[in-house]
Design a protein around this ligand. Structure first.
Ligand code: ADP
Ligand code: MG
Length: 598
């Protein structure tokens, strides 16, 4: 018999493979945005025409590609991200199969322009149905511009299968939001038919959520932060009273990848048991970092599913983490709710949720919603307005503004220091009084936590290394903390017999006596051990924040005050110092006026 088996030409096998990866315009969006992020971009512009059916274009300022790479990236299994089989198991980058661009090029007309920083000229390639039409040198900005036109132009059956523009646009926006949420440090623009739908400045997660979902959400967010050895859960959940009738604003990310998990949704919803109005769904954007050995992400790119080695553990952990946060933040401080809002007691007008640490087993009691008072509470907008003022002054994506300390104080703040302890500054609806020490502790705490996560730090080498001795118990504690301490920019080394030598301190440490810093830190750490509910790192960061912060009694310049205010309100949780004390209280004009009347 004659041989009848034929090998499919590449173009056709690519088309078949493309069917799995590229299902609709939003799949292009996902693959291209992820590639731009992987390329280290901090600015990404997505341009859509005709719901992505006519054009999906992504412009980034990432590392770009060389001439050869620009050609190779469209080959099947072309990837710079997997060097050996072990890489497959640690999913650090977003895409990792090296088939997205090959698939895209099989089912659309693609133009790529790209340039690396060390080349003056870039390269441009036209490719259609896997066939290279043209490649030549071109003058183009550093980074990559990839334009995908007429998706499925060569597979009419698939093109006809696409849904209405409204539906396809919704899919694109959903994909865009997921990726933007997972990368608040990257600024994103989404331009749809020449209309700028989103213009997201880089910032922290809270700022990103507000930019995506509107100012109103700002005072409805409750921070979540729970860490154990194997798991770290962080992000925000919505206050129960802000829950919506529709699902949709619910996001779970595992190791920064968006996933869908009915099981984890359940864990979250259970934490809201008894406190959610019927048939309503809370907002959440939760990030779960977990050792990649303990999960099995289904590597099929279009499925965002996951299996855990120990499902129950993750369930319980997330559930507890959220209960914990809800308990901590929805605690109804007597001053806020139990007193009448019309009283002329100023304390009663402090409109901000207190975040005093809460003993966990009281959580159930705290989950009592008092609807009418809560509404009044919600109507108070000072925080929101304050935050808006701060936001409009602090352009987070603007490089020049980033060392805020350099900024001239804005007139709008008119900050005044009293008793060398509090800073008073005006807001639209009244004024706030900031406790300088508590505020600085919060700022430093968040900086240290983020350094511990990213391991970004700069050290300042000590001219004269300082040696110090501890008692055995303290030395043991210090030894245990050593790796994390050094991750913060210290260089502290054991020297035998409970002694240590300090070779370097973090470069940005201000206001401290370096000589006593570690000793003072140890004292703080021991005090902080009584604070339950903190992870080891949180305790470390808050102890160090306590020892390194500006203290009460220190006179501050207008510039320093402005900087402190800026940095405080850029915090994820500006309300409270790590020990739970308030960082500021606010007073509104109405109550001020009333307190003058008899
Ligand atoms: P993968 O992302 O799985 O590696 P892709 O087909 O998506 O596979 O991309 C192939 C390769 O092309 C990437 O590994 C990367 O080296 C390069 N690449 C793709 N997009 C970009 C971009 N925007 N900037 C720089 N390099 C890119
Ligand atoms: Mg990719």
């Amino acid at each position: 018999m004659q041989d009848i088996i034929q090998l499919l030409p590449d173009a056709i096998s690519n088309q078949i493979a493309a069917g799995e990866v590229i299902q609709r315009p939003s799949s292009l969006v996902k693959e291209l945005l992820e590639n731009s992020i992987d390329a280290g971009s901090d600015y990404i512009r997505l341009v859509i025409k005709d719901a992505g059916k006519a054009l999906v274009q992504v412009i980034d300022n990432g590392k770009g590609m060389t001439e050869t790479d620009a050609r190779l990236c469209f080959e099947k299994h072309a990837t710079s991200k997997i060097k050996d089989i072990n890489d497959l198991f640690s999913i650090k980058t977003m895409g990792f199969r090296g088939e997205a661009l090959a698939s895209i090029a099989a089912v659309a007309q693609v133009n790529l322009k790209t340039r690396t920083p060390d080349n003056e000229l870039g390269t441009t390639i036209d490719i259609e149905a896997s066939e290279v039409k043209k490649q030549e040198a071109v003058s183009t900005p550093q980074g990559t511009i990839i334009s995908v036109k007429n998706l499925f132009y060569n597979i009419p059956a698939r093109r006809n299968f696409l849904k209405s523009n409204a539906v396809e646009t919704r899919h694109i926006v959903e994909e865009f939001i997921r990726i933007a949420l997972a990368h608040p440090g990257v600024s994103f623009v989404l331009e749809n038919n020449d209309f700028e739908m989103y213009h997201l400045k880089s910032g922290n997660l809270r700022q990103r959520i507000v930019a995506l979902f509107g100012d109103k959400i700002n005072n409805q967010l409750v921070p979540v932060e729970e860490e154990s050895e194997k798991l770290h859960v962080y992000g925000f959940v919505g206050k129960p009273e802000a829950a919506k009738k529709t699902r949709g604003e619910q996001f779970i990310f595992i190791n920064n990848r968006f996933i869908k998990s009915a099981y984890l949704n359940h864990a979250i919803n259970r934490a809201y048991e008894d406190i959610l109005p019927k048939e309503t769904y809370p907002f959440y954007a939760l990030f779960i970092d977990i050792d990649t050995n303990l999960i099995d992400i289904n590597v099929h790119p279009s499925k965002q599913e996951i299996k855990f080695e120990d499902e129950r553990l993750v369930y319980t952990f997330i559930n507890a983490g959220i209960r914990h946060s809800l308990g901590r933040y929805s605690i109804t401080p007597s001053l806020d709710f139990n007193q009448d809002v019309d009283t002329n007691n100023w304390e009663a007008f402090s409109s901000l949720p207190s975040s005093k640490p809460v003993v966990e087993n009281h959580a159930d009691k705290i989950f009592v919603v008092k609807p009418d008072k809560t509404d009044k509470f919600q109507q108070r907008k000072e925080w929101q307005e304050l935050y808006q003022i701060m936001q409009s002054d602090v352009d987070v994506s603007d490089e020049e503004n980033s060392p805020l300390i350099e900024k001239e104080p804005q007139e709008i703040y008119n900050p005044v220091q009293i008793h060398q302890r509090y800073i008073i500054t005006q807001i639209k609806s009244g004024f706030v009084v900031i406790d300088q020490q508590a505020a600085h502790q919060r700022i430093l705490f968040e900086e240290y936590m983020s350094k511990l996560k990213t391991q970004h730090n700069s050290k300042q080498i000590q001219l004269f290394p300082k040696s110090m001795e501890f008692n055995p118990a303290d030395a043991a504690v210090l030894t245990e903390l050593l790796a994390d301490i050094n991750a913060l920019g210290f260089d502290l080394q054991p020297f035998g017999n409970n002694a240590f030598v300090l070779h370097a301190t973090p470069a940005d440490l201000e206001n401290v006596n370096e000589n006593n810093l570690i000793e003072e830190f140890m004292e703080q750490y021991k005090n902080h051990q009584q604070l339950t509910g903190l992870s080891k790192r949180e305790r470390l960061a808050s102890s160090l924040a306590a020892s390194a912060s500006i203290k009460s009694g220190k006179k501050l310049s207008a510039k320093e005050m402005a900087s402190l205010i800026d940095r405080l309100f850029a915090c994820e949780n500006p309300y409270a110092a790590p020990n739970g004390n308030k960082t500021f209280v606010s007073f509104d004009n109405d109550s001020l006026e009333k307190s003058f009347k008899n």
